[in-house]
Design a protein around this ligand. Structure first.
Ligand SMILES: Cc1cc2nc3c(=O)[nH]c(=O)nc-3n(C[C@H](O)[C@H](O)[C@H](O)COP(=O)(O)OP(=O)(O)OC[C@H]3O[C@@H](n4cnc5c(N)ncnc54)[C@H](O)[C@@H]3O)c2cc1C
Length: 458
């Protein structure tokens, strides 16, 4: 056991944790009084931290156990990353049914956060494609959970942020692909109203749809952006000679070849580099350049799904104090007004967000603490330059609550326990299951203590 400072991807907060790293599946357990599992630490805040307590690293428990290449079913240990899975399944004509915006996450982390992708409005979240898991409980026993077996515990574990037990094994249903390339189309929108129209327009929609927003644009241009729609290219859409075997040979659109090993940010950028001027200039350039790509074009799945993975440790761009990703969802009925109010609040605060992404989400899934609900989700990356940021985020929470929405726990580092309870109405149902399997609340984290997850509703 080692005591070391740890953080999530946002590098805020940094906390001293006792770290234990089992080398084999059989050792995937800890008898510490408080323990939380950690995959790749790609959640942004304190979900995979446990200050002055135990963190169980799952990274060595990462074997692929079985691939049914005829039916597209994969069974693997929870520490394996999506990158490692893709290396094996894509050449066989299979793909992940749901993927977040980085492939450097673990299978266990994807189940525990019930992650969503650009296809949530069509295909639901990660948990909708999980056939079964093996869960290691507080008393060390191992139980199989699925929609049919221990179904309540299964629902509490999808999106349960590691607080019901350690996910040991996952059986995942894959989707077939005819090629490793994506057919993509961009649709520029001059303001938020047009961007919503694009995202709601069935003629523009595709299996994967996401919108980039120019977060620096205000006034009449507030919410201007680009809807980026794509699908896995069918055989007949590919130029002759391009197939699965050429996977990872992108980047096709520009004829550039993509290096397998990403360039890394070598040091913490000084805070002044991320200022309204530099971000505004970049956004204006990006809007002009990407908005012009109105004709469908082919690109590799890496550049479509994981553009940021090409820059190693890009989180250092935000400087030493780190950053917060604020991601919320607002239900359909109030989405336009809610997202507009959030963007207005942001633009008035003169705090630049380097990245702003808007996605449409489909119906709420099975996970009792899962984030998605039918509506629109906005994600903003905000550098921590001073404590004033936290006052702004509290105001954003109020706006989200007023519009009936919620904040995503996998990105969170600062929500209050009261707001959490108001945003997650199925918490009471979840707590009954948690109390039944973990009465001593052994599976706990910095996030769970901050949000009083595991405590009775008061
Ligand atoms: C660039 C980037 C883009 C992203 N894009 C998206 C996106 O599009 N959609 C989305 O939904 N999320 C997105 N995320 C968030 C990310 O997918 C989730 O936070 C995911 O949980 C990270 O997986 P991890 O292995 O790093 O987990 P960690 O950060 O290590 O842990 C996250 C949570 O999972 C729990 N956990 C991890 N492994 C286990 C296990 N074996 N058993 C029990 N609990 C476990 C931890 O306790 C913790 O609560 C993004 C993150 C980054 C950095």
């Amino acid at each position: 056991m080692l005591v070391t400072p740890l953080s999530g991807w946002g590098r805020y907060p940094v906390q001293s944790c006792e770290v234990e790293r089992p080398e084999r599946y059989a050792d995937l357990y800890s008898d510490a009084a408080s323990v939380i599992a950690r995959g790749q630490g790609r959640s942004y805040g304190d979900a995979a931290l446990n200050e002055n307590r135990r963190v169980l690293l799952t990274e060595r428990v990462n074997r692929l156990l079985e691939l049914d290449a005829d039916n597209g079913v994969l069974r693997a240990e929870a520490g394996v990353t999506l990158a490692e899975i893709l290396e094996v399944i894509a050449p066989h004509g299979w793909f992940l049914p749901v993927t977040p915006g980085t492939k450097f996450v673990s299978l266990g982390g994807c189940v525990a956060a019930d992650v969503h992708g650009k296809n949530h409005h069509h295909d639901g979240s990660f948990g909708d494609h999980v056939a079964a898991i093996e869960l290691i409980l507080a008393d060390g026993s191992r139980v199989a959970c699925s929609p049919a077996e221990n179904a309540e515990l299964f629902r509490a574990t999808l999106g349960g942020m590691g607080l019901t037990g350690i996910i040991g094994e996952v059986t995942l249903r894959l989707i077939p692909i005819a090629s490793s390339h994506m057919m993509v189309r961009h649709h520029a929108a001059a303001d938020l109203e047009q961007l919503f129209q694009h995202l709601q327009n069935p003629a523009l929609d595709d299996r994967y749809t996401v919108a980039w927003i120019d977060s620096m644009a205000g006034g009449a241009q507030l919410g201007r952006g680009i809807a980026m729609c794509g699908h896995h290219a069918a055989k007949e859409e590919l130029p002759v000679g391009l197939s699965l075997s050429s996977f990872n040979s992108e980047e096709l659109a520009g004829g550039r070849s993509r290096k397998k090993h990403a360039r890394a940010i070598p040091f913490d950028f000084p805070a002044w580099m991320m200022n309204p001027f530099s971000i505004g200039a970049f956004n204006a350039f990006y809007y002009r350049r990407e908005g012009k790509r109105q004709q469908p074009f082919l690109t590799g799945y890496d550049s479509y799904f994981y553009p940021l993975d090409a820059i190693g440790q890009w989180n250092r761009m935000y400087g030493k104090r780190g950053f917060v990703q604020y991601q919320c969802v607002i239900p359909d009925a109030t989405a336009f007004d809610g997202i507009k109010a959030l963007l207005q609040e942001l633009s008035g605060s003169h705090r630049p967000s380097f990245l702003a992404v808007l996605k449409r989400l489909g119906a709420q899934g099975r996970g009792l603490l899962s984030f998605p609900m039918a509506g629109y989700t906005l994600a903003l990356d905000l550098p921590i330059r001073d404590d004033g940021l936290f006052a702004l985020l509290d105001r954003l929470d109020e706006t989200v609550l007023r519009h009936g929405g919620r904040v995503y726990l996998a990105k969170d580092a600062r929500l209050s326990a009261e707001s959490f309870r108001a945003m997650y109405p199925r918490y009471g149902e979840w707590l009954k299951i948690k109390n039944a399997v973990d009465p001593q609340n052994r599976f706990s984290s910095s996030l769970s203590r901050r949000l009083r997850i595991g405590e009775e509703l008061s």
